[in-house]
Design a protein around this ligand. Structure first.
Ligand code: ADP
Length: 543
């Protein structure tokens, strides 16, 4: 028997597990150890540019750029950032719509050794300012159609000396050679802000080695080869958008950007897959549901599509059954991970309906170690439910300028001194075949159309409205349905639902604004005095 003593209770220890079980958990269940290639992402992309300058790299609304064209555009942006004094590990806000210039901008930031910080131009200025302040950002790349958001945020911050580069201004620049900026494996690569329960978003920092490892997970996952086309459908504030662009560019494939409106027109989207020669797509379960319902009513071909990666929230067995009923030959991948660990760390490839009555999240991928922890932060015995945690090169650096929240989620790995462990907040349990069954969340984090949302952030923002005394927000609907947020509040003043909606709309992205607001004389409480959310959920269903 082995027991690792853990005086402060915060470090990972092993429960009274046999040596045999410990070995199984720490070695046999871990993902394969595979060395990363020497060159990092930027050099690997530049190798592809040299090998195939005229091949297709990216398509958007009928416009196409070759590898050579994309590289030249990215280099112009990189040189402009360097000329303006960008140094290694400095964040650069890329405030762009998803288009070809956005790809050039994000590549340009990496090439200059900067840190890619994506910002959606339609996000409220207040939120953008919070993110820029949180990351101590002083560089921005934008385009004329999106510049107002960045300018508004800079005004709000009062940031003198903030450097704004409009991509149009660089279009004619003669600086098209590779800048050759040195980049190191543990250098910061990007920051994605996710919802934070305290009310402030958290900026998850990820490093180059972890990013590259993730690209190879996806390349292997989806069996990408030169000439393959991957759709770019995810919002630029969702980290999965990055591999949808980067992974194909590392193997000689291309990315096809699909505008959100074009994706939501499901018949048009399916037609686009066939016409665009698409090989791999990635969607969230709620959109897979929309596709399946459409395909069941209108049988049609998806052209060359061979694989659909599904991610972001639990994939239900019923949806898998419905998928294979309409598309028996197209594989599904249930990809599981989190922004803090570079997205996909575990996955299950489904060639057909599994024999179980749930879909497992599969097994750890290359260089990923997965731990299931009990309440004392010890390895739980195999098969016992616990919190899923990750270790290995995939684990990011924590939350930017936020030691407190970093310390709550990240800790040191005693089995690999110097490595970090990230606690996901997800529950799961090991199955005998080395895969994991996902069992839900330990907190109030939810997914709305794949977007990660902390209910506490919405409630905190609503309480900023002077007329609101108390409030509670709940989710109605299940994963595969369209889930909606419902807000309950008490007030001693007069306030209309419209005013509450407008107030939140100015502070939060559209997917975080509740669809309905209900006034109550007081919020129902449980026996121990907490807001009784189950009762509010029943009331919402009745309403
Ligand atoms: P991503 O890195 O995939 O963009 P987010 O950081 O937005 O993920 O959200 C991470 C959380 O999403 C996970 O901790 C988990 O709760 C949920 N999640 C992601 N993928 C899956 C999946 N395949 N099955 C169940 N839950 C998932």
């Amino acid at each position: 028997l082995q027991l690792l003593v853990n005086p402060d209770g915060r470090h990972l220890t092993a429960a009274l597990l046999s040596d045999q079980e410990l070995r199984t958990q720490l070695h046999d269940m871990a993902g394969p150890v595979e060395p990363l290639p020497g060159p990092l992402f930027v050099e690997l992309f530049e190798d592809q540019v040299r090998a195939r300058p005229d091949d297709l790299a990216a398509t958007h609304n009928g416009r196409q750029w070759s590898y050579g064209e994309l590289n030249a555009r990215a280099n112009r942006i990189a040189h402009a950032l360097l000329r303006n004094g960008l140094t290694a590990e400095e964040p650069v806000a890329v405030v762009m719509e998803r288009n070809l210039d956005w790809i050039a901008a994000l590549l340009g930031v990496f090439k200059a050794g900067g840190v890619y910080l994506p910002v959606r131009p339609d996000f409220p200025v207040d939120r953008v300012a919070t993110q820029l302040r949180g990351a101590a950002c002083r560089f921005g790349v934008t385009e004329s159609a999106s510049a107002r958001t960045l300018e508004g945020a800079i005004d709000e911050l009062g940031a003198d000396g903030f450097v704004v580069l409009p991509v149009e201004a660089e279009a004619g620049s003669a600086h098209v050679t590779n800048p050759g900026t040195p980049i190191f494996p543990d250098q910061l690569a990007y920051i994605y802000f996710t919802s934070g329960s305290t009310g402030a978003p958290k900026g998850a920092m990820c490093e180059h080695a972890g990013m590259l490892n993730h690209q190879f997970i996806k390349i292997t996952d989806t069996e990408l080869v030169p000439g393959d086309v991957v759709t770019q459908t995810a919002s630029q504030c969702f980290d999965i958008s990055l591999w949808q662009v980067v992974a194909p560019l590392l193997v000689g494939g291309s990315t096809l950007i699909v505008d959100t409106a074009a994706q939501l027109d499901v018949a048009g989207f399916i037609g686009m897959l066939a016409a665009g020669g698409v090989d791999v797509i990635q969607v969230v379960p709620s959109f897979l549901d929309v596709m399946v319902s459409h395909l069941a009513r209108n049988p049609s071909s998806l052209g060359d599509v061979r694989m659909v990666s599904v991610t972001g929230e639990a994939l239900k067995i019923d949806l898998v059954r419905r998928w294979f009923a309409v598309m028996p030959d197209i594989k599904l991948i249930n990809a599981y991970g989190a922004t803090e660990v570079h997205d996909d760390t575990m996955h299950e490839v489904l060639h057909g309906v599994p024999a179980t009555d749930f879909v497992s999240v599969g097994r750890p991928q290359r260089n990923v170690r997965t731990y299931v922890l009990d309440e004392s932060f010890r390895l739980a015995p195999l098969g016992t439910p616990g919190e899923i945690a990750f270790a290995g090169v995939s684990v990011g650096r924590g939350y930017i300028n936020d030691e407190e929240r970093t310390a709550l989620a990240f800790t040191e790995d005693p089995y690999h001194p110097g490595d970090r462990v990230y606690r996901t907040g997800d529950f799961g349990r090991w199955l005998p075949d080395g895969t994991i069954e996902f069992l839900g969340r330990r907190d109030e984090q939810v997914k709305i159309r794949g977007y990660r949302v902390e209910i506490g952030e919405i409630e905190n923002k609503l309480l900023r409205m002077p007329e609101v005394d108390e409030c509670a927000v709940i989710v109605v609907g299940t994963a595969d349905d369209t889930k909606t947020l419902v807000a309950w509040y008490t007030t001693s003043a007069t306030v209309l639902a419209e005013q509450l909606r407008d107030f939140l709309g100015a502070l939060l992205p559209e997917y975080m604004v509740p669809t309905s607001f209900h006034r109550l004389p007081s919020l129902p409480l449980t026996e121990n005095g907490k807001v009784d959310k189950k009762s509010l959920t029943r009331m919402a269903a009745a309403a």
